[in-house]
Design a protein around this ligand. Structure first.
Ligand code: C2E
Ligand code: CA
Ligand code: CA
Length: 651
């Protein structure tokens, strides 16, 4: 039993017990008040009895004085009046004295015993008061007898009172216990009451559907999900949640406007509803995120089939003004009870699976698995680590891979490649963390850091005479699109006090084609600054050669994958030939990267490639090693890394 259900169980018990306890407490208060009144009256009776004894003393004293020869005065008469009032008050009740005249059976008997003694006292005292001095000794005797029997009555009254106070104490203890219990239960009850009120609020004010698509939102979906989970458990079926995220909606909004993006979402909502059964639920979670609840499956893999149908429903293009859109989606699936039995858990796990589908490049679906969750966690930890590395400035450094000019054999430039020594995991290669960083704004900080460091390195090389070396930096698509690239480079160049032409920016084709007008603008800014631009990994992306003409570009880097497959008559050789010819016709420098073997170098030379870069010459090196490499490459003697006109790997 988890904490939540435990609370709910206790809450329900509390809900029943609280009214009962309140009633009990009220009854106890009434009883307590009665007891208190009784107790007060008992005390008053004892005081009156004491008073009676005291007055009878006064009468006895007066009688003795009369016997000794003093005359009869008013003392006896006055005392008798008081004695009478108190005595009958005590016996039969008197509101002014605060006594009721009701007595316990034992007290009644004691009163009956006192009665004749009192009558005797009264008759002799009356005689004395009337002036019959001979009655004085009898009065003294009678008061003595009266005191004796009054003392007996008094002790009975005291007994009675103490019995009552013991009962009172017990009632008070019970009351305290009740009060304590009520407090505890109210504390337990408070969250339950709050939850119920919340539930009631939700039910009585159905959350409004999404204004754009008319679909329900997250809260009502979670409610339906809860019922679906319970029902499928009873029927021994599966209920699954598909979280469906539209790929690249931000780009669609940017290129075609928000109205087009909105229409696309409406169209998707319609198509999704057509695909699923009427008993299934389609909801819109966020901007570009839908969720679909599927019930009544007998096999867990049925939801994968639904995902395929959803994807197939997008094959027909949708319209965005004059353009046609071919949207795709990434789908994550979580199945109850396998992947969770609580709506929040299921939705969260389906989202984890969706993110994983996205990372596979989108346009696919993924089932949730605990390993995926661990991966997501790993990704978040990696990003945190990168943020820390950026602010500590100790874990990151740049390595430089030389670029060799094929005609002169000289090192004309170097590509700056980032290196990360993680405090726990050791060296991590950029291929492992750059893709994660590119998904977030972390890549912007990272990119600025690289540009700034590269400029500082150039300034330092200037001081030791390496003033011809151009350093290229890799700029991610996100940073290019961010719009402030030229500004960032200009500042770094100015801070380091170097010529902007000493810096080259490497961009991928993807970064350029996303928003052609913006790209041309940024490239023009860079050109004005004097920074050169190379297209990285050329041949792997859109390879739309038409844009080459339209953009101010300086160099093409033929992707490693072509260079590695280079052999006479291979497709790759044909492609490389075409790329080189094309680039030269556009007056672009051609760089071949990933050159590992002598025969690749020989072919590139034959094809007229301008510059080469690869392990055949050197890996990415620390600055000092690059300096040494440049020295060897430019030395004319045989110790230089030339072999039959070719360089050999030195590192
Ligand atoms: P890239 O821009 O294509 O960089 C070239 C990669 O190929 C480097 O890997 C380099 O070490 C490797 N390489 C060079 N010569 C050879 C060779 O002969 N054979 C083979 N097999 N590989 C070779 P690295 O340093 O691991 O970087 C991988 C990728 O990470 C880079 O690919 C680039 O896309 C990215 N990256 C590296 N540093 C940065 C950076 O500072 N900023 C950004 N945005 N991305 C970076
Ligand atoms: Ca590169
Ligand atoms: Ca590359």
């Amino acid at each position: 039993m988890n904490i939540r259900t435990a609370w709910e169980g206790h809450g329900r018990i509390a809900l029943v017990t609280l009214p009962l306890l309140t009633l009990a407490a009220l009854a106890a208060i009434v009883i307590l008040m009665n007891f208190r009144a009784d107790q007060d009256e008992a005390n008053r009776r004892i005081r009156i009895a004491d008073q009676q004894i005291a007055i009878s003393h006064v009468i006895s004293e007066a009688a003795l004085e009369i016997a000794a020869g003093d005359g009869v005065d008013d003392t006896i008469r006055n005392s008798l009046v008081m004695l009478d009032r108190d005595h009958y008050g005590l016996r039969y009740g008197n509101a002014a004295l605060g006594v009721s005249g009701e007595h316990s059976a034992t007290a009644e008997r004691a009163f009956a015993a006192v009665e004749p003694v009192y009558d005797e006292l009264r008759s002799v005292a009356d005689r004395l008061a009337a002036g019959d001095e001979s009655a004085a000794p009898a009065v003294v005797d009678a008061t003595g007898a009266f005191r004796g029997s009054m003392a007996g009555l008094r002790s009975l009254l005291v007994d009675d009172a103490s019995k009552r106070s013991a009962t009172l104490l017990r009632v008070e203890v019970v009351m305290l216990l009740l009060a304590f219990l009520t407090t505890v239960i109210v504390f337990i009850l408070a969250p339950e009451v709050k939850r119920r009120r919340e539930e009631h609020r939700k039910l009585s004010r159905p959350s409004r559907p999404d204004h754009l698509t008319g679909l329900i939102r997250r809260d009502p979906l979670a409610e339906r999900l809860q019922y679906a989970i319970a029902r499928s458990a009873k029927l021994d079926e599966y209920a699954s949640v598909l979280v469906v995220d539209v790929d690249g909606l931000t780009e669609i909004n940017q290129r075609f406007g928000h109205a087009a993006g909105d229409r696309l979402l409406q169209e998707l909502a319609t198509r999704f509803k057509e695909v699923v059964r009427a008993s299934d639920t389609v909801a819109r979670l966020e901007d570009d995120r839908f969720a679909i609840l599927i019930e009544g499956n007998h096999r867990a893999e049925d939801s994968g089939r639904v995902a395929e149908k959803l994807m197939a429903a997008l094959e027909l293009p949708t319209a965005a003004g004059a353009h046609e859109l071919h949207p795709s989606v990434s789908i994550g699936i979580a199945v109850a009870p396998l992947d969770g039995t609580h709506p929040d858990d299921l939705l969260e796990n389906a989202e984890v699976a969706m993110v994983s589908a996205k990372q596979l490049g989108g346009d696919t679906y993924q089932y949730y698995s605990p390993e995926l969750k661990a991966l997501t966690r790993g990704r978040l930890e990696m990003l945190d680590g990168l943020r820390r590395a950026l602010s500590s400035d100790k874990q990151l450094r740049l390595a430089f891979q030389p670029k060799v000019d094929l005609r002169s054999g000289k090192v004309t430039g170097a590509e700056a490649l980032i290196r990360w020594s993680h405090p726990e995991q050791g060296e991590i290669l950029p291929g492992e963390f750059i893709p994660f960083a590119e998904e977030t704004e972390v890549i912007l900080g990272l990119g600025e850091w690289v540009i700034e460091r590269a400029c500082r390195q150039v300034a330092q090389w200037d001081t030791i005479g390496l003033d011809q070396l151009q350093v290229s930096v890799n700029v991610s698509a996100r940073q290019f699109r961010n719009g402030d690239l030229a500004e960032v480079v200009a500042k770094a160049v100015a801070d380091a006090g170097i010529e902007a032409s000493r810096i080259q920016v490497e961009l991928t084709e993807g970064a350029l084609v996303d928003d052609i007008d913006r790209a041309r603008e940024t490239l023009a800014e860079l050109q004005e600054l004097g920074v050169t631009v190379a297209i990285d990994d050329f041949g792997t992306g859109y390879s739309s050669l038409s844009y080459l003409k339209r953009f101010p570009i300086d160099a093409l880097k033929i992707d490693r994958s072509f260079v590695q497959e280079l052999s006479p008559n291979s497709n790759e050789a044909a492609i490389s030939t075409a790329i080189i010819a094309l680039a030269h016709s556009l007056d672009l420098e051609v760089v071949a990267e990933g050159v590992e073997q002598a025969h690749q170098l020989a072919m590139l030379e034959e094809l007229g490639c301008d510059t080469v870069q690869g392990f055949l010459f050197a890996k990415a090196l620390p600055p000092a090693d690059l300096e040494a490499f440049v020295g060897m490459a430019s030395s004319p003697n045989a110790a230089a890394p030339r072999l039959g006109g070719r360089y050999v790997p030195s590192y």
